[in-house]
Design a protein around this ligand. Structure first.
Ligand code: FAD
Length: 435
């Protein structure tokens, strides 16, 4: 006799509180078995077997397992292709329904569609909910029904809509007694998944009210703790976006705008998936990049001889994170000073960033290269020396990451600023005005 269960499939929503799909699952049944799949389609592509993101997810899952075990249930942690896993689970249990939250990245859409098909063939209802964002791709449109491609008018309507609709919290944490009662199920080790636990990384998402209240004053200063550090938690859903937005509304509008930038780029990727490969503004695909590989390697390693750029790249390599101001400067430097295709930099960030998010990474790289929607005009080229003087006047950040800066041991600049700026202007002009 197969046991009746309802499955809740965790994606990138690794929390028990205010989780929309989980709330609906627990409301519909008192036999909800929570499931997470370590997807081999994703894991097999990660060449670095000490990838910090896998460590983060694993730590977040271990914490979930403890919380779920405390109510007499268990997380079912599996490893394989999602379609195969669902085949096995629907053979083993009598699955009454599957609940999950929407996931918008191109691969996730394909994966979820395949699972939806399989469940449909087996006559199992599949329910998916908006959870990761306040507004998704068709929620905020221009009066002619097309998506916004400029941030400011988008953000205005976003705020108006929020004022009308309000935040819809879903207190899934109050329904935990409806998890399926079972002894703890086997929990595979990270090693058995082919990864090493080089870094446990998980820290509770703690929102510092003082930091947020002062955010507009400190957000550009990389030597301070002047931003929220919420990007990793938003990436994996260890915090609810509704919780953050409610705090932003109370504490700081500038910070709210950053949360809206996140949704703006998600909306752009969902409506214009071609941006993954192409410039949002097609004529920018005519830029003739220099793409010098040895210069690219120096940029990756933080050996360009520009201390602010090198500090950022070394911070990224060492921690998996980089301050936003510095991300803007290193991206501008790669695309403008070195004339290297923004896609090279984007891919490097995608490999290294703990908070890697396809939409934000792509959107910001295209912004920095001048090729994206609502991007910085191409002729506005950051001067890395001026950026450092303005945002790290005492070189505190630089000295933290580039110990040898200012000594004879430090690299000489890879290219001279004024010359590089002129070269970039000419390359961009040529692409935009052929002949
Ligand atoms: P805070 O400044 O406290 O902001 C709060 C939240 O708002 C962030 O956690 C993030 O979710 C969102 N946010 C802030 N700035 C932006 C922005 N410019 N675009 C979109 N959302 C934003 N962010 C990612 O989450 N993933 C990426 O892969 C990513 N790649 C980037 C690549 C480049 C070249 C640049 C210039 C920026 C990139 N960003 C990316 C945006 C930004 O740098 C990070 O979100 C931010 O540094 C994270 O720190 P925080 O959580 O303290 O942010």
């Amino acid at each position: 006799m197969k046991e009746n269960i309802t499955l809740f499939w965790f994606h990138r929503d690794l929390r028990l509180n205010d989780n929309t799909g989980l709330y609906h699952a627990l409301n519909s049944s008192d036999r909800v078995l929570p499931l997470f799949i370590f997807d081999t389609e994703i894991l097999d592509k990660l060449t670095d077997k000490t990838d910090r993101r896998v460590g983060f997810i694993y730590s977040a899952l271990s914490k979930l397992q403890q919380e779920i075990a405390a109510v007499g249930s268990s997380l079912l942690l599996t490893h394989g292709k999602p379609v195969d896993i669902f085949n096995q689970l629907t053979d083993r249990y009598s699955v009454e329904a599957v609940y999950t939250n929407h996931d918008y990245e191109p691969y996730a859409l394909v994966r979820d569609a395949a699972v939806a098909d399989l469940l449909k063939n087996r006559q199992i209802p599949f329910h998916s909910y908006k959870d990761q964002v306040i507004f998704e791709k068709q929620d905020i449109l221009k009066s002619d029904g097309t998506p916004y491609t400029v941030f400011t008018p988008y953000s205005k309507v976003w705020k108006q809509q929020l004022a009308i609709q309000g935040l819809r919290f879903r207190p899934s944490e109050k329904l935990m007694s409806n998890f399926y009662k079972t002894a703890t199920l086997p929990f595979p080790s990270l090693q058995s998944l082919g990864f090493e636990h080089s870094w446990t990384g998980f820290t509770e998402p703690v929102i510092d009210e003082d930091v947020i209240r002062r955010y507009h004053l400190t957000r550009n200063l990389p030597y301070l703790q002047g931003t929220s550090n919420m990007s990793v938690h938003l990436r994996f859903g260890t915090i609810s976006i509704r919780e953050l937005v409610s705090k932003a509304l109370a504490w700081n509008e500038q910070w709210l705008n950053e949360l809206i930038w996140r949704e703006f780029f998600m909306m752009i990727l969902a409506n214009y998936p071609e941006v993954v490969e192409k410039s949002f503004k097609p004529k920018y695909d005519f830029i003739v990049w220099r793409n010098d590989e040895s210069e690219f390697m120096k940029w990756c390693r933080g050996e360009t001889g520009y201390p602010f750029v090198d500090a950022g790249m070394r911070e990224l390599n060492e921690t998996g994170l980089m301050h936003n101001r510095v991300r803007m400067v290193v991206a501008s430097f790669l695309t403008k000073h070195l004339l290297i295709d923004w896609r090279w930099g984007e891919h490097y960030f995608a490999e290294k960033l703990l908070d890697f998010e396809l939409s934000s990474n792509n959107g910001n790289w295209q912004w920095a290269a001048g090729t994206g929607c609502d991007a910085a005009p191409y002729f506005r080229i950051f001067n890395p020396w001026e950026q450092a003087a303005r945002y790290d006047p005492d070189s505190v950040y630089i000295k933290k990451w580039v110990k040898e800066a200012g000594t004879p041991a430090y690299a000489t600049p890879i290219v001279e600023h004024t010359y590089a700026r002129q070269r970039a202007l000419e390359a961009y002009k040529k692409a935009l005005n052929p002949l």
